[in-house]
Write a protein that binds this ligand. Structure first.
Ligand code: FMN
Length: 462
């Protein structure tokens, strides 16, 4: 079965929208953004956020997206060299951005493991109201004891249990938003939300009326089977990790099957993969630009720090342009960067494997690390018109609904996309030419949500 046919078998129910949208993922703690170039701004100044959000809005982006890092990763007792210290609280930042934007959606990544549903539901409802119905919540579960230590809980909840907890949390939040019946003020009515579960018990009444988009849009990020099923049942949009065409089609097929199995419509869960765009006037120029971007993203210090994560020891005496270290890792398992996603690989085996591979190819440390990071490359590189052709194909097949773009430089990283790529996409008829409405739900083309069980809608429902 061809790639396209694999979606086709669900076509009775799934219909490609024939268009794509963009979101922007402003990362703070990461090595994908170049923070040390003459044109780099600050990762904490409001000005950086304002410029990116307003540029995105000029390009009719659906959403401005902030991640969440609850604790700076540490490595050999210091803040991890691949990270950038400083990430302002998402909801505070989005509230400020709401006042300097009009249409773009404002998405806050917030975890279910360390928050409380009544409190988080209220804060998100506040953002939704003050932004005129533009708020969204990217639901994550955030795993690891290192983060948990910030919240007096340590290694709270194992993986499977985190999603059981997340689902009870999200359903409780939805019920809180749904439980306000009617307009605010006189005649307003609400219902008590009672939840008694394995992880917590709440007895809560809502404190705010509904927003212009009824309730915040729900994104989800987390790629395990449990995470995907959770999204299929609860989310409006998945922030996925599968931007490459074949993987995107396979992921769509998987999500459509899970969504239909959960009793929802095949088109009900949209997909926006994480991505990066390196563009120029010609394909050749774009390829050269990519080399330059990569050399700044993975400098000598980053290359050494990358290996140190796996070796668990100081490697700064090694030449980044020389061979991989001949000394062995001092750890059994690669869990040494506290808070990193790399767990459990056998460090010694990995080192042997990597040394052999680098020796065979004649690679230096830097070349090796570049090739490793290229394997998880989510970059679209090329001329404006060739990348637009590529994206038009995604739209035609329905591989994704949009792309969540991480700019590789802040604050100018969207300029190229908005000035050159967006018009090319509009010419091909696959990108919006105006905002469909004033709320995020309208702009994404999402239906009015189904009420959580046991609650009766009243006036004011759009
Ligand atoms: C594209 C993507 C973006 C994510 N962004 C964040 C984030 O900003 N903060 C966070 O704590 N976790 C983030 N996560 C991690 C998820 O919360 C989740 O904890 C993790 O992926 C483990 O769940 P899983 O086993 O279902 O993948 C992200 C995951 C994906 C796939």
């Amino acid at each position: 079965m061809s790639q396209e046919d694999s979606i086709q078998h669900n076509r009775a129910t799934f219909r490609p929208s024939g268009r794509i949208q963009f979101g922007v993922f402003f990362q703070g703690v990461n090595s994908g953004t170049i923070w040390k170039a003459p044109e780099s701004g600050s990762q904490t100044d409001f000005e950086s956020f304002r410029r990116i959000a307003q540029t995105a809005e000029r390009g009719l982006f659906a959403a401005f997206f902030l991640g969440e890092g609850l604790r700076l990763r540490e490595h050999l007792g210091r803040p991890h060299a691949l990270d950038v210290a400083g990430r302002p609280d998402a909801q505070t930042m989005l509230a400020a951005l709401a006042s300097v934007t009009r249409n773009i959606g404002l998405v806050a990544t917030q975890n279910t493991t360390y928050n409380d549903p009544a409190d988080l539901a209220h804060r998100l409802a506040s953002l939704d109201l003050l932004s005129g119905g533009r708020a969204a919540w990217n639901v994550v579960t955030t795993d690891n004891a290192w983060t948990g230590a910030n919240f007096r809980r340590g290694g709270y909840l194992d993986h499977a249990d985190r999603y059981v907890h997340a689902e009870a949390f999200v359903r409780t939040a939805k019920r809180i938003w749904d439980s306000w019946n009617g307009a605010s003020g006189e005649g307003a009515a609400w219902e008590r939300v009672l939840h008694e579960g394995q992880h917590y018990t709440v007895d809560v009444t809502p404190r705010l009326p509904r927003s212009a988009q009824y309730r915040p849009v729900l994104f989800q990020a987390g790629d395990s089977p449990e995470g995907r099923d959770f999204a299929a049942r609860q989310a409006d949009v998945i922030f996925s990790a599968h931007p490459k065409f074949e993987a995107a089609v396979t992921f769509r097929e998987d999500i459509v099957a899970r969504t239909v199995a959960a009793g929802r419509g095949a088109n009900e869960v949209q997909i926006f993969p994480a991505s990066e765009f390196i563009l120029s006037a010609t394909d050749e120029e774009a390829r050269e630009k990519k080399e330059w971007v990569r050399s700044l993203q993975i400098g000598p210090q980053q290359a050494i720090a990358y290996l140190e994560q796996f070796w668990g020891r100081e490697l700064s005496s090694y030449d980044p342009d020389g061979p991989l270290p001949e000394i062995d890792p001092v750890v059994e398992e690669t869990s040494e960067t506290r808070g990193s996603g790399f767990h459990g690989a056998k460090a010694r085996e990995l080192a042997d494997q990597w040394r052999a591979e680098a020796a065979e190819k004649g690679w230096s440390i830097r070349q090796f690390v570049s090739s490793r990071t290229a394997r998880i490359d989510s970059t679209f590189t090329g001329s404006y018109s060739s990348v637009a052709d590529t994206l038009a194909e995604y739209a035609r097949v329905g591989a994704v609904d949009g792309f969540n773009i991480s700019p590789w430089i802040i604050p100018s990283g969207l300029d190229d996309i908005v000035n050159h790529l967006v018009p090319e996409l509009q010419e091909r008829g696959v990108y919006p030419t105006e905002y469909a409405g004033s709320t995020l739900r309208e702009n994404l083309g999402l239906a009015v949500p189904v009420l959580e069980a046991g609650l009766v809608p009243a006036g004011g429902v759009r």
